[in-house]
Design a protein around this ligand. Structure first.
Ligand SMILES: Cc1ncc(C[n+]2csc(CCOP(=O)(O)OP(=O)(O)O)c2C)c(N)n1
Length: 562
């Protein structure tokens, strides 16, 4: 209720508003908004996580946001601002609602070479939907509301608020303010715009007529919570479902109509099925390079439908037979309501063919997925995770090889499992998994990363131990960044010199021992049969756990087919 101002400090106003929006954790490196952090202690229940680096703080806020659908909050003083901006890059690429707060310039000392200061605002421009400065304390309420509104609306994404004073000391000033919160923008999605009936009808006509249609579901399906409607429509019309990496949890991998992740970090059978389609229905995916293997799967020109909440995304990469602008859940529900289920019969042959392709993939990779080799094959880790990750778990996955292994080889086994992955930044998954666990403490969190990925933010093991963030992190430890091996083979003309390995290998390290020293539980796994018991032990430990799996440096993930 507006119009009920009272005199209060910016700190009190900000603390009350964050609490009002349901924020439970703030990830920061001091010192920024000191007064706000101080008053939070008595006015709110918000946990103030002091972490080891601003980029990790941003990744934790991102993991928190992706796991809960609520904006994640991170903060840094002026000198750490660009470290924080760097951490927003993945949230930007993945459309994750992160709100970053930094200290900024004071008009009193601007341009006088004041300690640590530069103009950081432009650096946030490419990684935010809204990049703003707060120069007057009375603006706290409307600017914080705008931050939540922008982060969650339409296609979600990061926001930056810079507070005056290199530590944001503006928060100590007072004004007449009302810390009003709009709960609608406290989580995704704030609005569910409905599609127009005519485009729904046209899309259904095309889908019902098609002999070999495929749905490609993306992160927009997870942001909308539209998985049940997606699966119901696919079942009703018998249309196979592939997903982007960002939409992997839109349908469990073991669902009879799921074909897996399509694109570059993908499953061969998914690319084959999408490549054979006579109609592709894109839902909540930006049809980017990774999801389409750089627009080769499906080929440009394949008849396509695109459903998206962002009107400007519709038709960007594929000419469409029809585009639908609307929320995924509402649109799919409308389509389900009007679908001619009798048309499903004509796709019996297609579904059988798709099934055969799925089975061929299983047969081709069975020996790798069940391999007893020592050092351990990553495929075997993925298969063990598919079998043993709890049905309500959140799985966080790094990029590079980790993204390839898990994107292609891991299957979600329940609609209650969530999957989130780095949108490209190595090192994202470990802190993001910690953020996810903060957001959803009652759900198991299992993170999969390579050793290069873990090294980035290894210091946060101490944060996890200090705050009892009981996520389980599985490290594919091949003492290298071996995804880079193929690329170096190529530039060395096929065979690398012995010295070339210095470009992509590391020392052999026991991460379990390091974890123990930092206050977490460390488990070292050297044989495949030890993976399942290690996971079981870790999930029961009620402690942060690092499972250090010693793997084969020569194991390279299969490349995408087109
Ligand atoms: C910030 C960033 N820098 C560089 C890269 C390029 N990159 C992709 S994978 C990779 C190595 C991955 O190594 P690791 O996590 O150990 O997994 P492995 O390939 O050994 O399985 C690198 C350097 C990246 N994705 N992100």
């Amino acid at each position: 209720m507006l119009g009920h101002n009272r005199r209060m400090s910016g700190a009190e106003c900000l603390a009350d508003m964050l609490e009002g929006y349901g924020v439970t954790h703030v990830f920061h490196v001091p010192a920024v908004l000191r007064k706000t952090f101080a008053v939070m202690e008595t006015r709110t229940k918000i946990k103030r996580l002091h972490v080891h680096g601003e980029k990790a703080a941003a990744y934790m806020a991102d993991g928190y946001a992706r796991a809960s659908g609520k904006p994640g909050i991170c903060a840094a003083q002026v000198i750490g601002a660009l470290n924080l901006a760097a951490g927003l890059r993945d949230a930007w690429l993945a459309h994750s609602p992160v709100i970053a707060m930094t200290g900024g310039r004071d008009p009193k000392t601007k341009f006088r070479k004041v300690y640590q200061e530069i103009d950081d605002v432009p650096a946030f421009e490419p990684v935010t939907k809204f990049n703003a400065t707060i120069d007057e304390v009375a603006r706290f309420p409307d600017m914080v509301r705008q931050a939540f509104r922008v982060a969650t609306s339409g296609t979600p994404g990061p926001v930056h608020l810079q507070f005056r004073g290199n530590e944001g000391q503006i928060d100590a000033e007072e004004a007449e303010m009302e810390p009003l919160c709009e709960s609608q923008f406290a989580q995704l999605p704030p609005f569910r715009p409905a599609p127009d009936e005519a485009s729904v009808r046209t899309a259904l006509e095309h889908l019902e007529k098609a002999a070999r249609p495929v749905i490609v579901a993306g992160g927009g399906v997870r942001a909308s919570g539209a998985a049940p409607e997606l699966i119901a429509l696919a079942e009703a019309l018998q249309i196979p479902v592939a997903t982007s990496l960002n939409g992997k949890d839109a349908i469990p991998g073991d669902h009879p109509i799921a074909v897996g992740v399509v694109g570059s970090y993908s499953r061969e059978s998914a690319n084959r099925v999408v490549g054979l389609a006579d109609l592709v229905c894109f839902i909540g995916t930006e049809t980017g390079g990774m999801t389409t293997h750089f627009w080769a799967v499906p080929k440009i020109g394949t008849p396509a439908i695109q459903i998206d909440i962002d009107a400007e995304a519709i038709g960007r990469n594929y000419p469409l037979v029809v585009g639908i602008n609307g929320d995924a859940k509402v649109t799919l529900a409308r389509m389900l309501g009007a679908a001619d289920r009798a048309s499903a019969g004509k796709r019996k042959g297609w579904v059988e063919e798709v099934n055969k392709i799925r089975q061929e993939w299983v047969a081709k990779y069975r020996s790798a997925l069940t391999s007893d080799a020592v050092p351990i094959r990553p495929e075997r880790i993925c298969a063990e995770l598919s079998k043993h990750v709890p049905e309500n778990a959140i799985v966080a996955v790094d990029t590079g090889h980790a993204g390839m292994w898990m994107g292609g080889m891991y299957d979600l086994t329940s609609p209650r499992q969530s999957y989130m992955r780095s949108a490209g930044h190595l090192g994202w998954a470990f802190p993001a998994g910690l953020g996810a666990k903060c957001a959803c403490p009652e759900r198991p969190v299992v993170t999969f990363t390579g050793d290069a990925g873990l090294w980035y933010h290894i210091a946060e093991i101490e944060t996890a131990a200090r705050w009892r963030i009981n996520a389980v992190t599985v490290v594919n430890n091949n003492a290298s960044g071996n995804q880079s091996k193929r690329g170096f083979d190529r530039v060395y003309g096929g065979t690398q010199t012995e010295q070339a390995r210095e470009l992509w290998t590391f020392s052999k390290v026991n991460f379990a021992r390091i974890a123990e020293d930092m206050g977490a539980l460390g488990i070292r796994v050297e044989r495949p049969v030890e993976i399942a018991p290690a996971l079981e032990h870790a999930l029961k430990a009620n402690r942060p756990v690092i499972i250090d799996v010693v793997t084969d440096i020569d194991a390279l993930a299969p490349l995408a087919v087109s």
